[in-house]
Design a binder for this molecule. Structure first.
Ligand code: HEM
Length: 445
C-alpha cells in the first residue's frame, strides 16, 4: 500500500502510466465539463485515484460527504469495488429536507439513498415492491397513452424542440402518476419539482417571467412546504383506503414498522427523493438517446426494421453517455483503493461516466456498439442500484417505439445545447448529471 503524505501526494495518486507533466490536467476547466470523456481517459490512464486539491464550490457537491480530503475515482473496477463494499464506503448523507428546523448529522437517518444497512434494506423493500418489472406491465398502457398525446404534432415542418416538448414533461408526469397526483395538481407538482433546488427554482421563475423577485428563497421554501403538506395528506388518505399504489405501500409499510423505526416525516422524504431521483435523470437519458440517434440516422432505419434494437440502444446510451455522471461515497475507515491509502472521512467522487468508458472493461469503449456483453453501471451497482431503472427503461422504450412506428426519418434541425446552457433546461453545471436542455429535431413520415 502506498502511504499518502503531503510531500508525496501527487506521486501517490499518479502511479499509472507516465503523464507528460507532474500535475494532472485541469479537470475544472469549463470545456472539460462539456465533453468530459477525454478528461476521463486521461484520469483513468494516469490519475485513477486523483486527490482533488481544488474542490471549487458547486462542483461535485453531492459527493462531498466526508470531512477530509476528496478523491476522484475513474476506473470501472475501483468504482465497482467501492459500490459493492457498503461497509467501508457509506452513502449516508443528508438529502433535501423540508423547511423548518434541520436535524444535525447525528440525528439525520437518511432517506433510502442516504441510508446504510440495515435501515436501507427496510425502506428499499417498501419502495422496491411497488416498482418491480412485473408491476410495470400495468403501467405500460398508461405511459403509452400519455406518450401518444405528447407526440401529437411532432411531424410539423419546422420540427420540435424535443427537450421541452417531451423529454422534460414526460418523466415529471410519470413520477406524478406513480405518486398518485391528480391531473389537476400537475402544475403544482411541476412547481414543487423545481423548488427542491435554488438553481432550479431560478430557472422555473425565468421560464415563467417571474424571476425579478428580490429574494426568491421564501417562495421556494413555501413551495417545498406545500409539497410536504400535500403528501402528508395523501399518505393519511391512503391508510386503510384499499388503494394499492406506491404511496399506499409506503404508508402501510411505515405503519407496520412504527414511528420509531421510520417516521412519517422520513416517509415524506422518500417520496421527495423519488421525485428528485426519477425526473431529471430520465429527461436527460431521453435527450441523450435522441441526440445520439440524430448523429447516426442509419440507426433509426435499422431500429424500424428490428425493434429488438430498441432496448440495446437504451442500454448502450446509458453506458456511452451516462445521464448520471458521478455519485459519491464517504470513506468509513482508513482503507486502500487501487493501491492508494485513503483516510477515513475522505469523500469519493465516483465517475460513473468514466467507468462506463473504461477500455479495460469495454472493448472499443468509445464506440457506440449494440453487441456488448459487459454491463454498464449507469444505474449504479450494489444495494443502492437504481430502484427506478425498470420505469425508466419502459418509458424510454415506449417513446422510441411510438416514434419509430410513425416516422421514417428523424433529423437534427439546429444546435443541441447541454442542459444548464439552454434557456429552459436542466442543470449539469455541477457535473453530476448530463443531458440536453435544447434538442431541435424533425420527424418525417
Ligand atoms: C435514466 C434514469 C435514471 C438514472 C440514470 C438513475 C441513476 C441512479 C443511480 C446511479 C443510482 C445509484 C446512486 C448511488 O448509488 O448513490 C440511483 C439510485 C436511485 N434511483 Fe435512479 N436513476 C434513474 C431513474 C430513476 C427513476 C425513474 C426513479 C424513481 C422512480 C429513481 C429513483 C432512484 C432511487 C430512489 C434511488 C436510490 C435507491 C437506493 O438507495 O436503494 N431513479 N439512480
Amino acid at each position: 500500500m502506498i502511504a499518502v503524505t503531503t510531500a508525496t501526494r501527487w506521486k501517490a495518486v499518479t502511479m499509472s502510466a507516465p503523464y507528460p507533466s507532474d500535475s494532472p490536467p485541469d479537470i475544472y476547466e469549463p470545456s472539460r465539463g462539456d465533453d468530459p470523456y477525454e478528461t476521463y481517459r486521461l484520469l483513468r490512464a494516469h490519475f485513477p485515484i486523483l486527490l482533488d486539491t481544488r474542490r471549487p464550490e458547486g462542483m461535485y457537491p453531492h459527493a462531498q460527504m466526508g470531512t477530509g480530503d476528496r478523491y476522484l475515482v475513474s476506473r470501472f473496477t475501483d468504482i465497482h469495488g467501492i459500490l459493492r463494499d457498503h461497509e467501508n464506503f457509506s452513502n449516508q448523507r443528508r438529502g433535501t429536507l423540508p423547511p423548518g428546523p434541520q436535524p444535525s448529522r447525528e440525528e439525520w437517518r437518511g432517506n433510502l439513498i442516504g441510508d446504510d444497512p440495515p435501515r436501507h434494506g427496510m425502506i428499499r423493500q417498501m419502495v422496491g415492491s411497488a416498482l418491480t418489472p412485473r408491476s410495470m406491465l400495468a403501467l405500460e398502457p398508461v405511459i403509452r397513452r400519455t406518450v401518444v398525446a405528447m407526440i401529437e404534432g411532432f411531424d410539423s415542418a419546422e420540427g420540435v424542440d424535443f427537450a421541452p416538448r417531451l423529454a422534460i414533461p414526460l418523466p415529471l408526469w410519470m413520477i406524478a402518476y406513480l405518486l398518485g397526483v391528480d391531473d389537476g395538481e400537475m402544475e403544482h407538482f411541476r412547481k414543487w419539482s423545481f423548488a427542491s433546488d435554488p438553481q432550479h427554482w431560478r430557472i422555473y421563475n425565468e421560464s415563467r417571467g417571474t424571476a425579478d423577485s428580490a429574494d426568491p428563497e421564501p417562495e421556494r421554501t413555501a413551495a417545498l412546504a406545500e409539497f410536504y403538506e400535500y403528501f402528508d395528506a395523501a399518505v393519511e388518505a391512503r391508510l386503510d383506503s384499499g388503494v394499492d399504489d406506491l404511496v399506499s405501500r409506503l404508508a402501510a409499510g411505515q405503519q407496520k414498522v412504527g414511528e420509531d423505526a421510520f417516521t412519517r416525516q422520513e416517509l415524506l422524504q422518500v417520496i421527495h427523493l423519488l421525485l428528485l431521483g426519477g425526473n431529471e435523470t430520465t429527461a436527460n437519458l431521453l435527450t441523450l438517446v435522441f441526440n445520439k440517434l440524430a448523429d447516426e440516422p442509419g440507426l433509426w432505419t435499422r431500429m424500424r426494421g428490428d425493434r429488438s434494437l430498441v432496448d440495446k440502444v437504451v442500454e448502450e446510451t446509458m453506458r456511452w453517455d451516462s445521464p448520471v455522471q458521478s455519485i459519491g461515497r464517504r470513506v468509513v475507515r482508513d482503507t486502500e483503493i487501487g493501491g492508494v491509502a485513503i483516510a477515513a472521512e475522505s469523500s469519493l467522487v465516483l465517475l460513473l461516466g468514466s467507468a462506463n468508458r473504461d477500455e479495460r472493461v469495454f472493448d472499443r469503449a468509445n464506440q457506440f456498439a449494440l453487441d456488448r456483453e459487459a454491463s454498464h453501471i449507469g444505474f449504479g451497482f450494489g444495494i443502492h442500484f437504481c430502484v427506478g431503472a425498470p420505469v425508466t427503461r419502459l418509458e424510454v422504450a415506449i417513446v422510441l417505439n411510438e416514434l419509430l412506428d410513425r416516422y421514417a426519418t428523424m433529423e437534427r434541425t439546429g444546435e443541441a445545447k447541454l442542459a444548464g446552457t439552454a434557456p429552459l433546461g436542466l442543470l449539469s453545471e455541477s457535473r453530476r448529471l448530463r443531458g440536453y436542455g435544447q434538442l431541435p429535431l424533425r420527424f418525417s413520415a
